[in-house]
Design a binder for this molecule. Sequence first.
Ligand SMILES: *Cc1c(COP(=O)(O)O)cnc(C)c1O
Length: 463
Amino acid sequence: MSRSAHPAGPRYADVIPEGHYAAPPADLNVLDPRIWSRTVDRNEHGAATVGGLDVRALAEEFGTPAYILDEDDFRARCRAWHEAFGGEADVFYAGKAFLSRVVVAWLKEEGLNLDVCSGGELTTALAAGMPADRIAFHGNNKTMDELERAVSAGVGRIVVDSFQEIVRLADVAARHGVRQRVQIRVTVGVEAHTHEFIATAHEDQKFGLALSGGQAAEAVRRVLNLDSLELVGIHSHIGSQIFDTSGFEVAAHRVVGLLRQIRDEHGVELPEIDLGGGLGIAYTSGDDPSEPHEIAKALAEIVTRECTAAGLAVPRLSVEPGRAIVGPTAFTLYEVGTVKPLEGLRTYVSVDGGMSDNIRTALYDAEYTVALVSRASDAEPMLSRVVGKHCESGDIVVKDAFLPADLAPGDLLAVPATGAYCRSMASNYNHALRPPVVAVRDGVARVIVRRETEEDLLRLDVG
Ligand SMILES: *Cc1c(COP(=O)(O)O)cnc(C)c1O
């Protein structure tokens, strides 16, 4: 098992024995619609297109590497989530997956709410005109400055995460003369991940207040005693890249148990329950995520069943998908710089980006696919590893991939499903210039986050 293997599942572990690889796909030119955003296609020249635009033209105009974001796909996913939950639940997009002012505008237009977890994300949300009451503020160590800004902006809810924060927030709210709506983040002892989850007795992590041992119940008692805070609900977030709802089922059962305890002890029924985010997407053809309407149906049934069994009115549900909305909507476009065959091993293909624009492979052993997109090719499949240009042997973008054997410098490669946690986690390692995000729709491309420049680097370095 690799060191960063996830405790709840083999998803990111090094489970493929050395020397054993999945068979190459029958046709390397096929762009699997489960992985690529919905307007991606190939044209008569064999080049990939998105939003009706040839990737070669996009590379020419905007340079590489670049994140290419399919606006139609983003909006369609927002609508699918919004419609799936109907009027019965609130969908909060998790801004940490990828946030920009244009994205905030799309969310606003498509009827979604927004989760932020830092002053920077709050500023972006407010600058783009997201109404404060549609914003939720998260985080395990919000600064006093962040709490002040959130309260004075009038954010709809703040999810409190510690006993200290309850005191701090109550003080800030009192000074502003407001009664701040809060949820309490609880840890329910469920660690969910892809097809498996672990339900443990105790919770060994930095987030939230544990249900077991009574921390969460104590937090409830304290918040209920503070005039400047209005406790509206309980919040639980159990993991990431989750493919089935059994972990949510256990989480909902435990959260509803707390709601019942609150009613019995304090005589109040809290009106809201938030089950967090973490819904998975397809990074490879082997991944088979559920559709939003299936998830909505399953979660609503679980919460209704648990509440009915506990004799509670069904609270208003909210969910917080990040990856499931933005992840599939973008791909990263790279140019091949060098091709280095290693006899009997594999071919190392170096692109003009790397761990600075996609840290997930190095950080989580995440799996990606890759395709030659500037042309079609009938050449034999070649076992490849797509690597970046950084001074680090772990600088891998796609660990195991089949690419056509005629691949050459100057070809364009695209790595799909990089909309979430790639630009938002990008770094300046080796003084790399973080790539732009280019949104495309109906034959029009526009930069929504520009490429960093060397001037930007020198501006921060005050000398
Ligand atoms: C990260 C996070 C999310 C979003 O997770 P995804 O895996 O992107 O859906 C939602 N809620 C909270 C509290 C989070 O920390």
